[in-house]
Design a protein around this ligand. Structure first.
Ligand SMILES: C[S@@+](CC[C@H](N)C(=O)[O-])C[C@H]1O[C@@H](n2cnc3c(N)ncnc32)[C@H](O)[C@@H]1O
Length: 237
């Protein structure tokens, strides 16, 4: 069982129910409210260690015969938890900041992308609020770019900066995001004035956008989740 801070209700419940971290209750609440993961979903879990969201995501897929898969990526090597996970869960040890989209797409069913992307990625917090928020925003931007791709983010309404190759071009193989049309995206950020701007960028790309601070978030934490439902086709952006 991992988790900083004092053992509280969610910590004890996680232990009782076989979850590897109390963070399981954050995704359980997201699932209860938004029902993003359904039987057959293909889920990409960015920043998956120690694996509590892998457990909840796999449970949400329903019985094995319904299909689906969960791919977790983390800087740390993650052993798939024995409880609540089955053969549909796999993990990859990698830095999401350096992963080309093409490589991530190869991990999806028939290389067609994922139907749900979750990012619970968090930097090593320094305690300096503005620095931590800026690092978390960088991780959030990377998750958004990975999901929707450069073309969507390069929309004139968006101020987000795109990464360019040496010749100034965005390479076509890496321009498209790995979230399928109609798919859902969850991104954790540490609260700052940039959260509103981030969510303003997400909104036109999706059918619906919301912000959520789950009940299991520790009172001392500044985390907030941007919940984006139903990726729109490019034409609607
Ligand atoms: C709060 S934990 C995730 C908890 C997880 N959702 C769970 O329920 O078990 C945040 C994770 O983000 C990972 N992380 C941070 N930066 C990353 C990066 N650039 N690439 C991959 N993982 C990253 C950290 O290693 C850490 O394990």
């Amino acid at each position: 069982m991992s988790g900083a801070g004092k053992p509280d209700f969610f910590y004890r419940e996680a232990q009782r129910l076989g979850y590897v971290a109390r963070s399981a209750f954050k995704l359980l609440q997201i699932q209860k409210q938004y029902k993003l993961i359904t039987p057959g979903s293909s889920v990409l879990d960015l920043g998956c260690a120690p694996g509590a969201w892998l457990q909840v995501a796999c449970q949400s897929l329903g019985p094995v015969k319904s299909g689906g898969l969960v791919v977790g990526i983390d800087l740390k090597k993650v052993k798939v938890p024995a409880a609540h996970c089955d053969s549909r869960v796999q993990t990859v040890c990698a830095d999401v900041m350096k992963l080309p989209k093409a490589q991530v797409r190869e991990l999806s069913p028939q290389q067609k992308g994922f139907s749900v992307i979750l990012s619970d990625m968090c930097p090593l917090v320094s305690g300096i609020t503005s620095k931590d928020a800026a690092l978390s925003l960088e991780l959030g931007r990377q998750a958004l770019d990975l999901a929707v791709g450069g073309a969507a983010l390069a929309h004139p309404k968006n101020e987000i900066q795109m990464e360019e190759s040496n010749d100034g071009a965005i390479t076509s193989s890496d321009v498209n995001g790995v979230l399928r049309r109609g798919g859902h995206l969850v991104i954790k950020l540490l609260e700052s004035e940039d959260v509103q701007e981030f969510s303003r960028i997400c909104k036109p790309l999706f059918r619906k956008g919301s912000l959520l601070r789950p009940k299991a978030t520790r009172p001392s934490s500044r985390e907030i989740y941007v919940i984006c439902q139903g990726l729109q086709s490019q034409a609607k952006i």
